[in-house]
Design a protein around this ligand. Structure first.
Ligand code: FAD
Length: 510
């Protein structure tokens, strides 16, 4: 069954939903097969290379445009089914949108993923630079495209942009199929139609809602048009020479390899190891999920027969990702503002001392070893372990009394997986002002957190060379002045905890 289009090409999933079972239901596979049969390749043997020219389907003459954004893969990509269903051939396009491409490790990783996608498409990725609102309609016109196919973007900028593109396309429909989430934002609602604000009931409803089976797609699902000679074609920019961040290998093949490795070697222990920054205990799939080199549905499908603690915990973590996207979808203002407006009145530190403290936090020179290790890992790898993200965020907001959004901005500048929904709400959760927030009185003690989750001190010694001479877990409480080059603590944690609680009490009574 083809995607069902309503006015202006928006997908009306409600009918499709009724007919499609979820969580790997067999009928979902049948649908995918039926949808692309005229292309004749989805279940057949792979062709050598990427198919060229017309598929032989004569009923539809206009080619399609497949616009890649946060879905830089070819497997399990429903957009390809919708394009194959709509047209005999398609142009694959990516728009280098300067509003999103700030120099930094995330952009470098994205460009590497684009190169990998281009290779997977046999060099047939059309890259253009500019504002998608003008570029996409111009391309559609130039190429005589009958439809433009995308995965839906639910983030504030992306959804505004897509509505503007849709308006500028006029008669040519923008066909949204799927999204970067297992369950698209806005789908899981309470009985009264309102959104969830608390994770645990959301997860229950999310599990009951379920997700579709993976879309059976590959490069040859669509007959790709050679973009050579198309007006405005740009090349994929070269890597920044100065980048000193150690990035993971980019692209879909690397993502799938990492997933298999994690699933086969570490998933069994994930529920216990995931809080240990000294171990390689988490999947490190977040950069791939960020750019859609891998879809969470693919992972959830692989986990479908597993109810062991490791698989159950991973399913739950993937649900957090969907939850935060859902929260941001319903409350786009929370990208910049407190989810809980009561926190608008909290007092922050300002002035030169506060700025010095912020700089020390950014550079990993606070004198709190686990905080400094995390901040240095962020600068070196563009990634930080989840437990340590919580510790450094708690430290910034509750020990240094600085606003969460300053820390969130620093994270967005450096994280390869930097994602508005997960980042802003991860910060708000820790600061106490978010949905489902940690109680405001929970102030992480960086020393005891370090001793508990980095019990032998290996994580700290890896990232803070000045402390390599301090053995065992003593590294979390180095004696004052004992390690040359390493700063003494910039604040007294016990005192700052009391200050934080007093400031929370002030807003609590208003
Ligand atoms: C202050 C703060 C900021 C954060 N910023 C981001 C961000 O910008 N981008 C981002 O992807 N994650 C963010 N997270 C969530 C989490 O830290 C990362 O997703 C995780 O560390 C990525 O490593 P992993 O892939 O090995 O995770 P795993 O433990 O292997 O988890 C698998 C996947 O589940 C999802 N996931 C796991 N935990 C969370 C969570 N708490 N919230 C949302 N999704 C989760 C991620 O997609 C992750 O890749 C943030 C958390 C905090 C506390």
């Amino acid at each position: 069954m083809p995607p069902i289009l309503s006015e202006k090409g928006r997908i009306d999933d409600s009918r499709a939903r009724l007919r499609q079972p979820r969580i790997g239901g067999a009928a979902a596979h049948v649908r995918h097969r039926a949808a692309v049969r005229f292309v004749g390749e989805i279940d057949g043997p792979p062709k050598s290379g990427v198919a060229l020219g017309r598929s032989g389907h004569t009923g539809r003459v206009s080619p399609a445009l497949v616009w890649f954004r946060r879905d830089l893969r070819l497997h399990d990509l429903p957009t390809l089914l919708s394009a194959a269903d709509a047209a005999g051939s398609a142009t694959a396009v990516f728009v280098l949108d300067d509003r999103l491409l700030r120099p930094g490790p995330r952009t470098t990783f994205l460009l590497r993923c684009l190169r990998a996608l281009n290779d997977d498409l046999g060099g047939r990725l059309l890259v253009v630079r500019g504002d998608p609102v003008t570029v996409i309609p111009r391309l559609a016109r130039d190429l005589g495209a009958g439809s433009v196919h995308v995965s839906a973007d639910h983030a504030p900028y992306g959804s505004r942009r897509d509505h503007a593109v849709e308006d500028a396309l006029g008669e040519v429909p923008l066909v949204r199929t799927g999204s970067p989430y297992a369950v698209s934002p806005g789908r899981v609602l309470k009985g009264d139609g309102s959104p969830y604000r608390v994770f645990t009931p959301f997860r229950k409803a999310w599990l009951e809602h379920g997700w579709r089976a993976p879309a059976r797609t590959r490069a040859s699902t669509v007959t790709w048009i050679d973009p050579d000679g198309i007006r405005g074609r740009a090349s994929i920019p070269a890597d920044e020479g100065s980048l000193e961040v150690a990035l993971p290998p980019a692209g879909e093949a690397a993502a799938r390899t990492r997933w298999r490795q994690f699933r086969d070697d570490a998933l069994d222990r994930y529920d216990t190891d995931r809080d240990r920054p000294d171990l390689d205990g988490t999947s490190r799939l977040s950069p791939y999920l960020k750019f859609g080199c891998l879809h969470p549905r693919t992972l959830l499908h692989d986990l479908r027969d597993r109810s062991d603690p490791g698989a159950t915990t991973l399913r739950s973590e993937l649900c957090w990702r969907d939850f935060y996207a859902d929260v941001l979808h319903h409350r786009p203002d929370t990208a910049r503002r407190n989810f809980n407006g009561r926190f608008d009145d909290i007092r922050y530190d300002t002035g030169p001392d506060a700025e010095r403290a912020f700089a020390a936090w950014q550079q990993g020179r606070t004198g709190f070893p686990i905080v400094d290790a995390g901040m240095r890992q962020l600068l070196a790898e563009g990634w930080m372990h989840n437990r340590v993200r919580m510790i450094v965020a708690s430290f910034l907001t509750k020990d240094l009394h600085l606003p969460w959004w300053r820390g969130a901005q620093h994270f967005m500048d450096h994280l390869v997986d930097g994602d508005l929904a997960s980042n802003q709400h991860g910060w708000q959760w820790t600061a106490g002002c978010g949905t489902d927030a940690a109680p405001y009185f929970r102030v992480f003690n960086p020393m005891t957190q370090g001793e508990k989750f980095d019990p032998a001190g290996d994580y700290v010694r890896r990232w803070v060379p000045e402390l390599r001479g301090v053995p065992g877990k003593g590294v979390h409480r180095p004696p004052f002045g004992s390690s040359p080059g390493y700063p003494d603590p910039i604040v007294d944690h016990a005192h700052e905890r009391r200050v934080a609680l007093a400031r929370y009490a002030e807003i609590g009574s208003r």
